[in-house]
Design a protein around this ligand. Structure first.
Ligand SMILES: Cc1cc2nc3c(=O)[nH]c(=O)nc-3n(C[C@H](O)[C@H](O)[C@H](O)COP(=O)(O)OP(=O)(O)OC[C@H]3O[C@@H](n4cnc5c(N)ncnc54)[C@H](O)[C@@H]3O)c2cc1C
Length: 490
């Protein structure tokens, strides 16, 4: 089937041909692909980003918000696109017409493309009746209410539930441990905290070392763990489980079930996900690529989405003649677990086979010919961002640096020895120093340098102490000449 190319009419972009690249989405994969394509192909491609959002929102940092340990990281999309010479269209994709090389938006506008990259993420839905669904945005108040009830002694038990089919369960463990730290620090009466998961062991996807590390942490926090367990519904303080048993839980906080975006005009699997080859080309559709959670790859995770975006950008750069080779997508799973104390870092090498849909997490598919899967309490990659993207992670880590020239993500050697007390003490001293430097810079009105020092402190600790979360917002407002802060006067 030969595709007839329409003359692109993308905003101010008029040149025909594959160098007119339309990236759809405003999340992790879309931005990583945009940055990677600029880095690989320079100014040659005319890149347009089509997204309904005004801001890029780093949902991975949303777990900290209800605990006042951090704010969800947000960057105006215009700031990123303008900096990289990318045209931004604020609209949403409704349909792709591959034979015409045209997309139609929800507002009814048609845009021609030479090369199309789809990065739409997933569609969340409530996992079971009665659950408080935590999808990383819009649930802050609901979680804060649960915490307030627990601190006031109005509820005695909370279940954190990972529904079957969840490929990235890590944030639910973070929520459970951050809840325990919050309740302890706020002098709450005893509250039973339970994690319910279909996994065989917690974070089995990262292998044995990670499971052991997490099991020890959960035990230290007296958080009960129910593995190989699936929820049915939650009502009247009871979590009903598949198989007929139940457990008492005044509140049940759960991850959503995710589906693919089912884009009209593009082939998708039964769950609505797009099938791609290992260069992220949509199977059977010329000049169309897809990356991130919207693809049929089973792991829905930001670092993985970034790696897919990098592979897509490399493939597009090759097709444009801007480079001579394009490496395929070879997944490396990196996870930073926030705990309320020092964080854990995990690295693993997942296989590329889609696990059977009845199995939530497919640990045995980890590829052993790579370096072994590891867990450590020191960063296993640098910069140690939560979403370990080659370009986006570095962009976010260097946002406060003059020039903002992004670095690159690099894996670090696995420490030979478990970290001893002396090394931990050294790291605490470095953290204190970074915070002191931040205070000093803010004191002389250099808010950019102060924010940079806070970035360094966050990298060391995983999350900032509460008062510095507030200071970060104040200083950021000062830097950008914005009035006030939601913490001001508090
Ligand atoms: C609470 C939580 C914690 C997490 N923690 C981590 C973590 O620690 N580490 C990690 O690596 N990952 C983490 N993740 C997963 C990570 O956030 C996702 O895997 C990642 O965002 C996927 O990137 P994406 O670009 O595919 O999708 P998204 O980031 O979801 O982006 C999709 C984009 O498409 C846009 N869009 C949707 N529909 C349309 C349309 N019709 N037209 C145009 N645009 C559209 C959306 O507005 C959005 O901008 C976490 C997720 C959650 C919810």
């Amino acid at each position: 089937m030969s595709a007839s190319r329409a003359e692109p009419t993308l905003g101010c972009v008029t040149a025909p041909g594959p160098e007119n690249v339309l990236i759809v989405g405003g999340g992790v994969a879309a931005l990583e692909a945009m940055l990677a394509l600029r880095a690989r192909a320079g100014e040659a491609p005319h890149i347009t980003l089509l997204a309904p959002d005004r801001e890029f929102v780093l949902r991975a940092s949303a777990v900290l918000e209800p605990f006042a340990r951090g704010t969800t990281r947000r960057v105006p999309l215009t700031e990123i696109t303008a900096h990289h010479g990318v045209h931004l269209v604020s609209d949403a994709l409704a349909e792709v017409r591959p034979d015409e090389h045209v997309v139609v938006t929800r507002s009814g506008t048609e845009h021609a493309y030479g090369t199309l990259l789809i990065a739409l993420g997933t569609v969340p839905e409530d996992p079971f009746p009665g659950a408080i669904t935590f999808a990383g945005f819009g649930q802050r108040e609901a979680i804060e209410e649960v915490l307030a009830e627990a601190v006031a002694g109005k509820i005695q038990s909370i279940a954190f539930v990972i529904p079957p089919g969840t490929s990235w369960p890590l944030p639910l463990y973070e929520l459970a441990m951050l809840t325990e730290a919050h309740l302890r620090e706020h002098g709450a009466p005893p509250v039973r905290l339970v994690v319910v998961t279909p996994e065989e062991r917690p974070l089995a996807i990262f292998g044995e070392a990670a499971s052991e590390d997490l099991e020890a942490r959960l035990e230290d926090c007296a958080i009960e763990l129910h593995t190989l367990t699936r929820p049915r519904d939650h009502a009247d303080g009871v979590l009903h489980l598949a198989g007929g048993s139940s457990l008492h839980a005044d509140r049940a906080i759960a991850f959503p079930r995710l589906h693919g975006p089912r884009i009209a005009g593009l082939p998708h699997d039964d769950d609505g996900y797009i099938r791609v080859d290992d260069h992220q080309r949509v199977v059977g559709v010329p000049d169309v690529y897809a990356a991130g959670d919207c693809t049929a790859f089973p792991l829905k995770q930001g670092g993985i989405a970034s790696q897919q975006a990098d592979a897509a950008a490399a493939s597009i750069a090759l097709a444009l003649g801007a480079s001579s080779e394009a490496a395929p997508f070879e997944p490396v799973l990196r996870g930073l677990l926030l705990t309320g104390d020092e964080p854990s870092y995990f690295r693993a090498y997942p296989g590329t086979e889609r696990p059977p849909s009845t199995v939530a997490i497919n640990a045995p598919s980890l590829r052993q010919e790579h370096a072994p899967n590891v867990a450590a309490h020191r960063p296993l990659w640098w910069p140690p961002s939560k979403v370990a993207g080659h370009y986006l992670g570095a962009f976010l880590a260097h946002e406060h640096e003059p020039g903002g020239e992004p670095g690159h993500l690099e894996d670090r050697e696995v420490p030979d020895q478990p970290e001893g007390a002396a090394a931990r003490e050294e790291r605490r001293a470095a953290l204190d120093l970074a915070l002191l430097m931040a205070e000093g810079e803010a004191g002389v009105g250099d808010y950019r340098a102060a924010l940079r020092a806070l970035d360094a402190a966050e990298a060391l600790a995983g999350a900032l102490p509460e008062e510095y979360v507030q200071k970060r917002e104040l200083w950021d407002n000062e830097l950008h000449g914005r009035p006030g802060s939601r913490y001001a006067g508090g």
